[in-house]
Design a protein around this ligand. Structure first.
Ligand code: FAD
Ligand code: UDP
Length: 383
């Protein structure tokens, strides 16, 4: 029987482990942290009973029916729609930019057609092919909305001016000419009734899986296994030989209050002189529960230093050229597959992480469990 190690007990590692264990493999799963579920970890706050998303708010959404059916094997998903509010210059609006945002911001009563024509008239039409975040914003929402909602928030979130960032970051957000204020355009959205950690614990609860928490897997141990699935940072695996890939990290300052602190799960703070980017009030992520007290997280973004947790890959030109060098090193390795958001240095939502992990497991099993070599990547990290 082949010896297989899985590094990381987040969704990437847990889904691969679960699928291979079902196919009768014996696996060892390692995580440096004392808990499973990686950055999706959730736990009940002992003082208030509120389910807290320890590493920041996580909302499950997908249009992939296979993934939606897959996760619902492990827990019931409760109805939840993310509706974000944003504070700018002393006023509250709805995000993503929609008809209510436009009408309230400009003091109008536009219908969809009028609002679309209005935004086209205030957008900078001389920018024909927006390359940067700032150009994309000026072209599609115009200077006033850009300065109110995006300039300050993005400068805080990424630590640089939006003219230095790619347009792709802003393209993640829609602009809607109706009153739909659902933050996501996915077909399915919900929250696991018992939290993400409950799901991952269930995935890993199999006689074929041996779990080692609080245990960092070192590269020297790879030789003890026939195959390693690695969901840790790719630059760490190679001892940062090509330099450190740039990440943003987050600091969460937690506070406990009585009652309802802000009346919504997420409030963005778009002004640059407010130091945090957003405040999450965790009990509103479980609207079917009721709690007298409440837990909030103020979220601060900064550059990720050596001992910080990497959150958002920055992926500027410099990072991408370093990544290319790491990909070449990875492709020269044998018996290891780099997976997940850290292994491939990409921002991945949970549903993409799960879809990719299912694909990795399928590819491994289709290769008769590794009698044919598995590639170092099943996706293109530069794509
Ligand atoms: P991770 O969850 O990071 O797991 C990797 C694990 O590997 C970690 O637990 C780490 O401790 C372990 N590890 C690393 N190196 C080693 C080693 N050498 N030995 C042992 N263990 C090791 N997605 C959504 O769909 N909706 C959201 O609302 C959402 N919100 C997010 C908010 C924030 C602030 C962030 C940063 C991400 C958010 N995501 C969201 C994305 C989500 O967090 C990822 O999709 C998911 O965590 C990826 O899982 P993973 O297993 O690849 O990585
Ligand atoms: N953004 C912003 N103001 C907001 C919300 C988002 O400027 O109130 C920008 C920010 O740069 C962010 C990007 O839009 O990184 C994409 O938004 P998303 O909600 O996907 O943010 P992320 O997942 O990066 O936190």
């Amino acid at each position: 029987m082949k010896k297989i190690a899985i590094v990381g007990a987040g969704f990437s590692g847990a889904v691969i482990a679960h699928e291979l264990a079902k196919a009768d493999y014996q696996l060892e799963v390692f995580d440096s942290r004392p808990h499973v579920a990686g950055n999706c970890h959730s736990q009940r706050d002992p003082e208030t009973g509120v389910m807290v998303h320890t590493y920041g708010p996580h909302i499950f959404h997908t249009s992939n029916e296979k993934v939606w059916n897959y996760v619902r094997q492990f827990d019931e998903f409760m109805p939840y729609t993310n509706r974000v509010k944003a504070i700018t210059k002393g006023r509250v609006f709805s995000l993503p930019v929609n008809l209510l945002t436009i009408n309230q911001f400009f003091g109008k009563t536009f219908n969809p057609r009028e609002a679309e024509a209005f935004l086209a008239s205030i957008g900078d039409q001389s920018i024909s092919d927006p390359k940067t975040f700032e150009e994309q914003a000026l072209r599609f929402v115009g200077k006033d909305l850009y300065e109110a909602f995006f300039k300050g928030y993005t400068t805080k979130q990424w630590g640089m001016h939006p003219s230095e960032l790619p347009a792709s970051i802003l393209k993640r957000l829609p602009v809607r000419f109706n009153y739909d204020d659902n933050y996501y355009a996915s077909n399915f959205q919900g929250m696991p009734k018992n939290g993400y950690t409950f799901i991952v614990e269930k995935m890993l609860d199999h006689p074929g899986i041996q779990l080692h928490l609080g245990t960092t897997f070192e590269r020297e141990s790879a030789g003890d296994y026939d195959h390693v699935f690695y969901s840790g940072p790719i630059d760490t695996w190679f001892g940062y030989s090509q330099g450190r890939l740039g990440y943003r990290t987050l600091d969460f300052k937690s506070e406990t209050h009585d009652g309802d602190y802000q009346g919504n799960a997420v409030l963005n703070y778009c002004d640059e002189d407010v130091p945090w980017t957003r405040i999450s009030e965790h009990k509103h992520f479980s609207p079917w529960e009721s709690h007298e007290k409440t837990v909030i997280f103020k979220e601060y973004s900064r550059f990720c230093e050596e001992n910080d947790i990497p959150y958002y890959p920055i992926r500027l030109v410099k990072d991408k050229s370093q990544l290319k060098e790491y990909i070449e090193l990875a492709q020269a390795e044998r018996n290891i597959t780099f997976v997940g958001r850290l292994g491939t240095y990409r921002y991945l939502d949970m549903h993409i992480t799960i879809a990719e992990a299912l694909d990795v497991a399928e590819q491994f099993l289709a290769r008769a469990g590794g009698s044919e070599p598995m590639p170092s990547f099943t996706v293109n990290p530069l794509g």
